[in-house]
Write a new protein. Sequence first.
Length: 222
Amino acid sequence: MGPLVVAGVSVEKRNLSRLRRVGVRDSKLLSPKARCQLFGKIVDLAEHICIFKSDCNEVDNYVHSNMLNKLEAKAMAAVIDSIYAVRVYVDACDVNSTRYRDCVECHLAVGPKPRIFSLHHCDRTSIVVSAASIVAKVIRDGEIQKLRLLHKDIGSGYPCDKKTMRFIAQWISNHHDVPPFVRKTWKPVKVILENQRRGVPLGEVGREKVSLAVTRTVGSMN
């Protein structure tokens, strides 16, 4: 539910220890309140911050073409071009991290290019990517809050939330279509559509095992 968010944070090398001291770490290990508190501190310490958002229609178009990794690589390249860094760390979404690095590099603007390190679980191992993951999560949470103000009980927007799954199922039942702010190619949505086709009661929706959504991040050191 909501947009795909890619965040990039550029930090001077001398400020990396300060990020650690204020408590920056992988956003998934922090509460929403803690992320919001750290957001302002990251803004104070960062040289540059860039946010890239892709709406549901764009994500669906790339998924239909089996090119979601390409969309994320293009988004990361756009972010990298905006944060003016010489060393960049990206959270690789391809099982082949080297291939993903090459994909990101081919979408960078013409001119001097930074050295890119493409790593799996980089939001856990790189403090600057942890900072970017916090920024991305806070921005995404803000987007979900905007939807919540319009549509009330939508839950967190993630597949592990039964309230979110029930909201989507009820919307599809009432409107005979997926909400415009929800990805039609999202696996839980496909499960709901199939359940409704089979006549499965709404109370049963959400019990299937589904994959968790991911927010991608980019970090850099100048």
